[in-house]
Design a protein around this ligand. Sequence first.
Ligand SMILES: [Zn+2]
Length: 365
Amino acid sequence: MNILPRLIFLFSSIPMQFPQKWFRAINKEFTTFLWKEKRSRISLRKLSIPRKSGGLGVPDMYTYYLALNAQYPLTWAYKKDPCEIGSWSWLEQKVVLDTCKNISIASFWYKPKCDKRIQNPIIKFSCEIAQAIHKRLKINGLSLPSCPIWNNLLFTAGGQPLANDSWKNKNIRTLGQILHGAEIMPFQQLKTIFNLSDTHFFQYMQFKAILSSFQFTNINEYLDNQLQTAINSRNTVSKLYKLLSHGFFEYCGAIMEQWEKDLETNITEEEWETILRQSNYISKCVRYKLIQLKILFRSYITPQKMYKMNCSASDLCWHGCGMTGTLIHLLWQCPEVKNFWGKIKDALLVIIVVYITVIVLFPKL
Ligand SMILES: [Zn+2]
């Protein structure tokens, strides 16, 4: 498939915003190709779930667009020495400093709302990408422990960002250093850890007052570390794509509920993860994999579904047992199907001379 590199080349060569209309058109082309111009049975967003999470790993172009362009705002925040002289970030930092003094380019990742005075289209675009990533990962700058305290537009006093050299000299730089859970540490504790003097108490109270205006809901240290690792290692784009990809749990809540209802049991998150991981590796045969996928996503057209589409059709089981043709009935409950599995068991007894018990795993079955 050489279409993906061609599209990736487009995204990565020009830092500019692509309209959502364009992504919708591309997705439509993908769906038409995959389902041979027929109506799709499994939506593209479900097929784009990574293979390890139960999907088919069909590339999602919007996620690639985010992952490719996320490199720039993430470099501001996480790259070791982002402002190396001559680097792209160094140029951007200069543009910011020329317009708004005392604001670090790193803070734009945590508060991706570009100041009105900054007219640079590339910085503005990177801020828009950062906003989209925050929305996708359900984070904000305050939920990341690496959020810088100084020269950050999030924390201002008298309209100016905080810039306290005496605290900086004590090596206090990020929010994670001074928070305990979702609250700022007591002054005595900070005093001991960072060797502060009593003269720092005024700044402590000032900062505490600023922080009290925010609501800390979720401090996401894990994600913060993941983003930092991604930007400082090889295969940055592929790591970011994995982080930004939606999983089965986000898209398939209704399917999970229906399975639990049918099987009359609760399936834990760990059990789901095992099911999803195995669904793609259960067989090497593509046909069996497809069957597994269709069962997992409940995409088979059953008599019950046919009846919902067209009331003149019957919703009864095709085997003539007189019961409603639901998915679970057709797969297991129907007497004809049970009879079939009985014959398989007998055939195996003859061939491999082993008696196999047909196990009933769930109460309803
Ligand atoms: Zn039946």
